[in-house]
Design a protein around this ligand. Sequence first.
Ligand SMILES: NC(=O)C1=CN([C@@H]2O[C@H](COP(=O)(O)OP(=O)(O)OC[C@H]3O[C@@H](n4cnc5c(N)ncnc54)[C@H](O)[C@@H]3O)[C@@H](O)[C@H]2O)C=CC1
Ligand SMILES: O=C(CO)COP(=O)(O)O
Length: 346
Amino acid sequence: MSDSRPLHFTVIGAGAWGTAVAVHLARRGQRAMLVTRRPEHAVTMQLARENRDYLPGVKLPETLSVTSDLRAALLEAEVALIASPSHALREWCSRMQAELGGAGQLQLFISLVKGLELGTLLRPSEVMAQAFPGLNVATLTGPTNASEVAQGLPAAVVLAAARPGEFVDRVQAAMSGSTLRLYTSDDLAGAEYGASLKNIYAISAGFCDGLKLGDNSKASLITRALTEMVRVGETLGAKRETFYGLSGFGDLVATCHGAWSRNRQFGEQIGAGAAVADLLAGRKTVVEGYRTTQALHDLCLQRGITAPILGEVHAILYQGKKPMDALMSLMTRELKRETHSPFPRK
Ligand SMILES: NC(=O)C1=CN([C@@H]2O[C@H](COP(=O)(O)OP(=O)(O)OC[C@H]3O[C@@H](n4cnc5c(N)ncnc54)[C@H](O)[C@@H]3O)[C@@H](O)[C@H]2O)C=CC1
Ligand SMILES: O=C(CO)COP(=O)(O)O
């Protein structure tokens, strides 16, 4: 019989998503701790029992502990989940390593991050595995707007682990309930590439919204984006079917359509004429697709992967190309058969 004792979860990073996941865990009756980066943020959250900076309007369950003391939060943790922006992940991992020495009681280290590391072009779980060699790493991903999850609205996600097995199944059971349903997967690379790529295509869906191109254009774009995701992901070693699941298609649809999506909104504002630098200056919340566009563009160049939509998003964000000109470039490409093969055929 499987062990149904509550597990000790520590969620690192108190942005919107880390907070929502910690709230969910506490509601599920698990032992949950949430770690903030700034000590004053932990104090204000404890006093207000709310994360007013990143997830306003959601009451923190009394059983959820909030602290900035990373060492104390990790000492008894069996599962650590990390919810930082991709550019801050390595720094968090180094801090964890320094505080904990080895892996301590940890049996599973789960990324909630949806982006690649610029420069190294590593997936989040690869960065985590460098810090904690031997520790089982995973990602939890899918269509999960933080606010909806925190409100208890239903969603389904995938928990993809480097080493699936009994403990991962136990975490699946511990986190699943009437509002969140977890599926497991052994395609960690696919789940992470899907989570990263969909943010880029959500920016491009935002361009359609900003340019007021209509619903047909967005549906066409999303469909071609999925084909591109499969091609990029499969060439990078992921399983094709993963991109048709929650971490790929599921999150692509949610993020391209969600009025709440920061990536989509960012694209919408650029499509409507705003300057990229102005939108990024002084931002408090993360737009993962911005850096990840650069990282995946570099990866595609390195590996010789054809990714026209990604290429146009890159040209708009990094080379000042006008969204309407990018649209024309895509519409006037050489004509071909519709194909879902990883390698485009004429
Ligand atoms: N918000 C959402 O609905 C979801 C977000 N995610 C992913 O979760 C990750 C975290 O995103 P959110 O929780 O939304 O963040 P957020 O945008 O709500 O908050 C930003 C977070 O980044 C931290 N931060 C800012 N600058 C930093 C720095 N220089 N060093 C370290 N930390 C810094 C802040 O303390 C805060 O925790 C991202 O990869 C995102 O794609 C995944 C699923 C849903
Ligand atoms: O990943 C998300 C939903 O699944 C959140 O998307 P945004 O970062 O675009 O808001």
